[in-house]
Design a protein around this ligand. Structure first.
Ligand code: FES
Length: 161
């Protein structure tokens, strides 16, 4: 599964392949918007042009595009912006990437932070899809085994509040 490294925030966030970058960021408390976007963004329709991100780096491999190609909306709205800029709401993430949110806002010590983000290993993520809701991650295989016969999955005492 892809890992998105948000350079400004200094956090790595895992997502499912094909997830929308804006949704992943918001779900994990990563701020995408400046003041204008906070006051009124389009909710991910590609109309407000406030969810800029800069794609710093991508993890190559398997000939799979790390991110979906620019949409027609992006081609139109970003034509005067750097080629590495995207609209988070238009991006689907397939592989691990380094992302700078709000690239239009200066970042103190930017060079050092970007360099450090590039240097630290960026994992491609676990190969199994996590299952949530049991208080811990369970692999799909373990879950299938424990759900045989439609029995409720066993909870151990340290997963129950
Ligand atoms: S949220 Fe409005 S353009 Fe992305």
């Amino acid at each position: 599964m892809p890992v998105i490294r948000f350079v400004r925030e200094g956090v790595d966030v895992e997502c499912y392949p094909g997830e929308n970058l804006r949704e992943v960021a918001l779900r994990n408390g990563v701020e995408l918007y400046g003041l204008k976007g906070k006051l009124g963004n389009c909710g991910g329709c590609g109309q407000c042009i406030t969810c800029f991100v800069d794609v710093i780096d991508i993890v190559e491999g398997d000939n799979i595009l790390a991110l979906s190609r620019r949409t027609q909306v992006e081609e139109l709205k970003l034509r005067r912006r750097p080629k590495t800029w995207r609209l988070a709401c238009q991006v689907l993430v397939q592989r691990s990437v380094l992302i700078l949110t709000r690239p239009q806002v200066s970042l103190s010590d930017a060079e050092r932070r970007v360099s450090a983000a590039r240097t630290a290993e960026l994992l491609s993520g676990p190969t199994e899809w996590p299952l949530y809701g049991l208080g811990r991650n369970v692999s799909a295989e373990q879950s299938a085994t424990s759900n045989e016969g439609d029995e409720e999955p066993a909870l151990n005492s340290d997963t129950v509040a």
